[in-house]
Write a protein that binds this ligand. Structure first.
Ligand SMILES: *Cc1c(COP(=O)(O)O)cnc(C)c1O
Length: 401
């Protein structure tokens, strides 16, 4: 029996009582209560979970990326590098900040091509490493290359909550890390995002820019050791920055907070399901699941794999057969107007040619694989993928023998 691969997990029941309380009191705005608003509590809990000093919850990961770029104080038209394989919202956040996206090549394993990255690095003022679909690029190499040049790194960890690199949490390696609470991510609030950093000046700027008007920044101070440093940073930026109003509502925070204790289970189950299906489909001569990098422990809730030795018509036939059998697969470069195919980002001020990334996107498949599936359900998904490839290519092989 094929599982429902689309629905999200239910929101923990604990959220209901808090939402009811908020609805009764009408206290939905993060700055209404004098202290301890749900959004402020979420920020403290998320910072503690990630082991960082500061967190700022906002309306989306895209807003977090935009605020990160603004908080870095980059001049208009400064160039910002991103991988050529990411979601359209990432270059969009750069354009939104009046900056210019520079795309670098990605390899067949979905990760940043370090040769192209290094070749373009001296032309940019900042880097957003987008860990697309939770695939981590070589962060040791990237941080070393950027640190020697003093180039700040923002991690787009929208889809990487729970992933580690050499035991360190993804999102804490760069200067700023950004996460999403959109429904297809590990923590689901429908919409929402959060940025984390250890830099008081960066978070002070981001807080004000996000819409902490007048002295609302006081509600971001916490009892404890960071208060003095942070307060001085807020004083420095008082009245100096525009207010973009990208705040999070208390209702969203109430939905997210009870899911934080679920992170560990969702990560473990998602990884188990992914690795279980990957091992099976890798045995097909026409399917290849790229290996993770050695320092990486992944937190997948979806599965990506490449079709090997198929032409475009065969790739399309594979997708059709799998869909008829109940497993929806998208090939990033083949579905019409796909937001992860860089040639569809026609708003870019400069459209690059990335032949290696393009070739990957034309054979890279994407299917959801939620953590809530059982291993038996995962077996059924793997069988459909293997049989669909066989249905397209098996005949082919028979003629050859
Ligand atoms: C989902 C996602 C985003 C955008 O997040 P929003 O919260 O919807 O703005 C950006 N980057 C990656 C890698 C994503 O997966």
């Amino acid at each position: 029996m094929l599982p429902n691969m689309h629905d999200a997990e239910p929101i923990p029941a604990a959220a209901r009582a808090e939402i009811d309380r908020l609805l009764q009191t009408g206290d939905l705005f993060r700055y209404t209560a004098p202290e301890d608003a749900p959004v402020a509590l979420l920020e403290r809990e998320f910072a503690a979970e990630m082991g960082v000093k500061y967190a700022l919850a906002v309306s989306s990961c895209s807003a977090a990326l935009f605020l990160s770029l603004k908080a870095l104080g980059l001049p208009r038209d400064a160039r910002v590098m991103i991988p050529g394989f990411t979601f359209a919202a990432v270059p969009s956040s750069i354009v939104h900040a009046d900056l210019v996206p520079v795309l670098c090549e990605c390899g067949p394993n979905y990760r940043i091509d370090l040769k192209d990255f290094e070749a373009k690095l001296d032309t940019v003022s900042a880097v957003i490493v987008s860990h697309m679909r939770g695939h981590t690029s070589d962060m040791d190499a990237i941080m070393a290359l950027c640190d020697t040049r003093g180039i700040p790194v923002i991690e787009d960890a929208a889809h990487s909550l729970g992933t580690t690199w050499n035991g360190r949490k993804i999102g804490t390696l760069g200067k700023i890390g950004c996460f999403s609470f959109q429904s297809y991510k590990l923590l689901n609030a429908g919409e929402g995002g959060i940025l984390i950093t250890d830099d008081a000046d960066i978070v002070a700027r981001a807080v004000i820019l996000s819409g902490a008007y007048e002295h609302m920044w006081r509600k971001h101070l916490r009892p404890g050791d960071n208060g003095a440093e942070l307060e001085q940073a807020f004083q420095r930026w008082q009245n100096k920055l525009p207010l973009y109003n990208l705040r999070m509502s208390n209702l969203s925070a109430a939905v997210i907070r009870p899911q934080i204790p679920e992170i560990a289970r969702r990560v473990t189950d998602g990884r188990r399901n992914h690795d279980h299906v990957a091992a099976q489909i890798n045995a097909s001569p026409w399917i290849w699941v790229p290996e993770k990098l050695a320092p990486e422990e992944r937190a997948p809730d979806s599965l990506q794999f490449n079709l090997d030795g198929m032409d475009e018509a065969q790739v399309r036939a594979f997708v059709d057969i799998a869909e008829q059998a109940g497993v929806k697969v998208q090939v990033f470069g083949l579905t019409t107007d796909n937001a992860r195919a860089y040639w569809n980002w026609q708003f870019l001020p400069e459209m690059p040619d990335l032949p290696q990334t393009r070739a990957m996107l034309m054979c890279a498949c994407d299917t959801r694989l939620p953590a809530r599936l059982t291993l038996a359900e995962c077996d059924a998904v793997a069988a459909v993928l293997i049989q669909s490839a066989e249905a397209v290519m098996g005949e082919h092989r028979a003629y050859g023998t």
